[in-house]
Design a protein around this ligand. Structure first.
Ligand code: FAD
Length: 403
């Protein structure tokens, strides 16, 4: 069956729904349809923020993003900053509140509230949803011809809001890249980000399953590329936790992650503490040296990294050199990086349409007339903390207002 709409939005996720709402708010006479491959819109939204939807942050700047759209993103983020986005949500009926660290969530602390508000606003404005339909191809013949297995759509304007390739279970297949290429765009290949980082180390085995509050640093050739602080989780083959996810934005094979297990104590202070422990616990075996400082299994990994031989020796027999080595190891456990975990475990992606090809004031394509792109289909990826949803929502609103 053939359908005609003024505007077709490809993808019923965060950016697509905001785009539809903004388009109808600006010009109620426009006919707007959203085509979504899942059987319902906003499936990924429900999974965000562990089901609570961390939708923005009180410090949103371009510094929190990577990608070829990064410098241009300032034009988006200044048009719709945190206050403007929260005001926009309020105008739709969604109240939000921050946690103690600047991250904003719906007041209900439930992602379903966000999705329901967006859905109800779309429905009230007369947006048509075509769910369970995957767009296979898009052509330009004067108008855009959009093809799904069930229907053919014709539209004057097309918005690509089909996301990236992260978390394919929730709908992201990477099809935005193919569709954008078919319309003449340069696309940076999608790569998984905000995900565990695969590492190789004999320390993983003793640490497996443990969590530790730490500071993590990504090193390349000994130079710091990125740093973060939070809870690190030690897995079979990888490190994870929000602070590691933030490093995954930059990490690549042959980098190293240094884990500082005692970020509030300097290496020298630690050395002095260990000297006192050595006296206190002089008769105990060496594996008791860090008792009262670290979990036993974590302490054992530190002693292993410090290459202490014969842990049955008494603490009192350890040399100053060995205490120095233990202090250094606790401040920087080294994990050589193999690469990021796959798309299945990623919350977002780097890659997407090249930033130079999108006008950040309107989200209009510079390559293809009447085409707009928003959200994660653009080569921009933010840190954990609400940055990706903020950009998806903000770019969706801007696209909708310029249709
Ligand atoms: C588990 C998880 C937790 C997250 N938590 C947070 C968080 O708390 N805060 C935050 O800021 N970010 C979070 N993110 C990232 C955030 O969800 C995304 O950045 C955001 O959803 C991107 O919005 P989007 O509209 O560009 O893409 P999406 O929300 O992915 O929407 C794209 C839609 O297009 C549809 N689609 C794709 N291809 C086609 C096609 N060919 N035909 C029809 N439909 C198609 C998809 O099914 C999908 O519904 C999280 C991501 C995950 C996976």
């Amino acid at each position: 069956m053939k359908h005609f709409y003024h505007v077709i939005i490809l993808g019923g996720g965060a950016s697509g729904m905001l785009c539809a709402i903004a388009a109808k708010k600006k010009n109620p006479a426009l006919t707007v349809a959203v085509i979504e491959k899942n059987d319902r819109v906003g499936k990924k939204l429900l999974a965000t923020g562990s089901g609570r939807c961390n939708l923005t942050h009180d410090r949103i700047t371009a510094d929190h993003y990577v990608g070829s759209f990064r410098d241009r993103s300032a034009a988006v983020l200044s048009q719709i900053d945190t206050t403007a986005l929260l005001g926009y949500f309020r105008s739709l009926g969604l109240l939000c509140a921050p946690d103690g660290e600047g991250r904003y969530y719906p007041l209900s602390r439930q992602a379903s509230s966000v999705l329901d508000v967006l859905r109800f606003n779309c429905e009230a404005a007369g947006v048509s949803f075509f769910c369970g339909e995957t767009v296979g191809s898009v052509r330009r013949q004067g108008r855009f011809i959009v093809q799904t297995a069930q229907n053919t759509f014709e539209a004057e304007k097309l918005v690509i809001a089909a996301g990236s390739k992260a978390a394919p279970k929730l709908g992201s297949s990477g099809s935005a890249a193919d569709l954008l290429r078919s319309l003449g765009h340069r696309v940076v290949p999608f790569a998984p980000a905000l995900c565990p980082v695969r590492v190789q180390s004999p320390l993983l085995k003793p640490l497996k399953g443990l969590r530790a509050a730490a500071a993590v640093t990504l090193l390349r050739g000994g130079r710091t590329v990125a740093a973060a602080r939070g809870e690190v989780q030690f897995n079979d083959d990888s490190l994870s936790g929000i602070c590691v996810f933030d490093l995954s934005l930059y990490s690549r094979e042959k980098d190293e992650i240094a884990v500082d297990l005692l970020p509030d104590i300097s290496e020298n202070e630690l050395f002095n503490i260990l000297k006192k422990n050595q006296k206190r616990f002089a008769a105990q075996p060496a594996d008791c040296l860090m008792t009262g400082i670290l979990l036993k299994r974590v302490a054992l990994a530190v002693l292993k990294a410090a290459q202490l031989s014969d842990l049955t020796r008494p603490c009192g027999a350890l040399s100053a050199k060995e205490l120095r080595a233990v202090s250094a190891a606790a401040k920087a456990l080294r994990f050589p990086v193999l690469g990021n975990a796959g798309f299945d475990r990623a919350q977002a992606c780097t890659g997407g349409v090249h930033g130079s090809e999108i006008d950040p004031h309107t989200m209009r394509s510079k390559r293809c007339e009447n085409l707009f792109v928003c959200g994660e289909a653009i080569d921009l990826c933010g840190a954990c903390g609400g940055y990706n949803l903020h950009f998806a929502f903000a770019s969706g609103i801007i696209a909708g207002e310029h249709l």
